[in-house]
Design a protein around this ligand. Structure first.
Ligand code: DGJ
Length: 691
């Protein structure tokens, strides 16, 4: 047991155990099996850093774990006690012999080269201990020129802002806060390229993702050695966790994937893994959705919604989603100040309830979906009047309002039952609903609950995130027939843990297609297109054809007032829907090739797994000033003859244009397609079929 290798597809960790039982990390990389085989037998483990240093074990380095023990001791010493291998999982059990504490580092090799990692801390002492920091993972990378790509740093409507930067000596921290919608600010994903800026088609790159719906923290400590220590886990900020005797704290999972062929192949493998393991029903095609939010906001009535349902059917779209504003009886939800928590249909707005809307949908062959925000309440509501003590808060302080609402304290059993019950009652009272959008429109403030003792209020951040997951799990299990979208003021909850109960996410409330090209591009590093809801709206006042093309490159839908569209624009929408139905298996289940990164223009492609079909999307974002050069599709079979059909959504009437061209895969790859666009906010699609 002196040597331990945990790897997936040859990539992962190599550990050495020294004479005193301490665990050292001898390597972390894409070829760890080879690396460990080449390591001389007699190499002293102590040459290498500790794999999971506890506080004070390596005094000059940030610890992976920091604990205050029951007797007040602040230091921890960990020694390997056991290594257990069970199928694809390896557990390395570390103990502190003097202060009974067990720390198990778990690794699980998944397919597609994914290695999942987490830590579990068990308190074996007679009294409670405090966990100040517990990393899910804390590897060290030997790297001469590390470049980090992270996503976020923005806020509402600026999710997935991409930054690639050289890591210089010091510590770069990328973290999220705010509990309920932390990923608005920072998405729990990163890329780390050890040898210079990451490239699409070559080079070594590491993808990391934390599967956690709460606050997250990645810290990259660059030393002059040259090395980077990466700290990954739930955000310890204000989250000291009091752990009772006998209890075990399990960190969120950190997901790792290495590539030695650049970011493109990495994303393709990552997507396959997400579809197979991380997202609910990842292999299933998603419907084309019409949502009323940006068409009507709160102001609608039965007629208006029936009109939108008719448009949904006329277009050939498949699901109508009724958004915020359908509920509230004595506190009608006419804006965001009232009614949240009162999940009865607002009869002033919809006198006959949802029944006629669902009936019309069924008549027209369209599925019906509904918006809920079950964890929240407006103070101006019947629910709050009856249960003012159900909200998150601290004794003697008025909890802060945000978007005029408060967060329900899901740690209280009655509240948890209410949240799950809301969904059950709404579905039981309105048969025919088959899709729910679960929203959450404010961050968590005033963290505290009467269910926690005075000495453990800081447990709230973690306990709340776990409790919310239990609610999501219960809802998903009790209503398996529902397709679920996860939304939190846009992309505030986009993580690989929450997704196991959801089919898709709402990426952002920023629906300007120019911004969406960049956002969807960023998200595409990790998320397959069938997970990413993208709707055509009026935001940015862009041409409808451009908006359609951008939305069609992900999970397609509309959020637009069709009554305000011209006949030509409606024809474009119809054409787009017909074409999307045809190319949907490519977009939603194919292999993504990112061809031209967003700048003046952008292009991407989806190729079927058997390489017999592909679709290329080209977007001109700003006026063309530079020579675009040929657009070279990737992933085609060089020997195969293909027919290329160029599609301009503005040039109807056929769903597919008439500019057909026959070429071999190798010719298409070498010569490329001619870039036909010059004007801002224009788009082309090329459908490539084998002949
Ligand atoms: C935020 C979501 O992102 C929007 O799509 C919409 O559902 C609103 N909430 C409704 O309040």
């Amino acid at each position: 047991m002196n040597r331990i290798v945990v790897s997936s597809g040859g990539a992962g960790y190599g550990f050495l155990v020294d004479d005193q039982g301490r665990l050292h990390q001898a390597g972390f990389g894409p070829d760890i099996d080879d690396h460990m085989e080449r390591l001389p037998d007699r190499i002293p483990p102590a040459l290498y850093p500790l794999a999971y240093p506890a506080y004070d074990e390596e005094p000059t380095r940030a610890p992976a774990l920091r604990v205050t023990h029951g007797d007040g001791t602040t230091t921890t010493r960990l020694k390997v006690e056991d290594v257990r291998v069970t199928g694809p999982q390896t557990d390395i059990v570390l103990v502190d012999p003097d202060r009974p504490l067990e720390v198990t580092l778990s690794f699980r090799a998944d397919d597609h080269g994914v290695l999942r990692q987490w830590a579990s801390v068990t308190n074996r002492q007679p009294g409670a201990i405090t966990l100040h920091e517990v990393a899910a993972a804390s590897p060290l990378l030997a790297t001469p020129a590390p470049f980090l790509t992270h996503f976020g740093g923005g806020d509402w409507a600026a999710e997935w802002t991409t930054t690639t930067e050289a890591l210089t000596p010091g510590t770069k921290v990328v973290e999220s806060r705010g509990g309920v919608q932390p990923h608005l600010r920072s998405c729990p994903f990163f890329l780390l390229a050890p040898d210079g800026p990451p490239e699409e088609l070559r080079g070594t790159v590491l993808a990391g993702a934390l599967a956690w719906g709460g606050n997250t923290r990645f810290a990259f400590e660059r030393t002059a050695t040259p090395a980077v220590r990466v700290w990954c886990g739930h955000n310890p900020a204000a989250s000291e966790y009091v752990l009772d005797p006998g209890a075990t704290f399990v960190t969120p999972e950190q997901i790792w994937m290495w590539s030695t062929e650049g970011v493109g192949p990495l994303s393709r493998r990552f997507h396959r893994w997400v579809r197979a393991h991380a997202v609910r029903d990842g292999g299933a095609l998603r419907p084309i959705v019409v949502n009323n939010w940006e068409a009507t906001f709160f102001s609608f009535d039965t007629e208006r919604i029936l009109g939108l349902i008719d448009h949904t059917a006329d277009l050939g779209a498949e699901l109508f989603l009724l958004d915020d504003g359908w509920f509230g009886v004595s506190h009608p939800r006419d804006d965001d100040t009232t009614g949240l928590g009162d999940w009865e249909v607002d009869r002033a707005k919809l006198p006959d309830g949802l029944g006629p809307l669902i009936a019309r949908s069924e008549e027209r062959g369209v599925r019906f979906g509904l918006w809920v925000e079950p964890e929240m309440v407006n103070p101006d509501s019947t629910l709050y009047g009856e249960h003012p003590d159900w909200v998150v808060g601290q004794p003697g302080r008025r909890p802060r309002r945000w978007r005029n609402q408060l967060v329900l304290d899901v740690l209280q059993p009655d509240v948890a039952a209410f949240v799950v019950g809301v969904v059950g009652r709404v579905l039981a009272g309105n048969p025919g609903i088959s899709y729910l959008k679960w929203d959450a429109n404010r961050p968590l403030t005033d963290p505290g609950s009467p269910t926690l003792g005075a000495d453990r209020q800081a447990n709230y951040w973690v306990d709340e995130a776990r409790a919310t997951w239990r609610l999501m799990e219960t809802v998903a299990e009790r209503h398996p027939e529902q397709t679920l979208m996860l939304c939190a003021s846009g992309g505030g909850r986009v993580d690989l843990g929450s997704l196991r109960w959801f089919h898709e996410v709402w990426l952002s409330d920023n629906t300007d297609p120019v911004d969406r090209v960049r956002m969807q591009w960023a998200a595409s590093h990790f998320l397959p297109a069938n997970v990413v809801g993208a709707h055509v709206t009026r935001e940015g006042d862009r041409p409808v054809a451009f908006g359609c093309a951008v939305a069609m490159s992900a999970r397609f839908g509309f959020d637009i007032d069709f009554a305000g569209l011209t006949d030509d624009e409606l024809a474009i929408c119809r054409r787009a829907v017909a074409l999307y139905r045809d190319i949907r298996p490519l977009v939603q289940q194919g292999d993504l090739w990112r061809l031209v990164p967003p700048g003046e223009r952008a292009a991407l492609e989806y190729v079927s797994p058997d390489r017999r079909r592909a679709v290329v999307f080209g977007f001109q974002l700003t006026a063309g000033r530079t020579d675009p050069g040929p657009l070279r599709p990737g992933g085609l079979d060089p020997e195969q003859a293909y027919e290329v059909t160029t599609v301009d959504l503005t040039a109807g009437p056929a769903p597919v244009g008439n500019d057909v061209d026959r070429r071999r895969g190798s010719t298409l790859r070498d010569e490329g397609l001619e870039w036909p666009l010059n004007d801002p906010c224009t788009a082309r699609l090329w459908v490539i079929d084998s002949v």
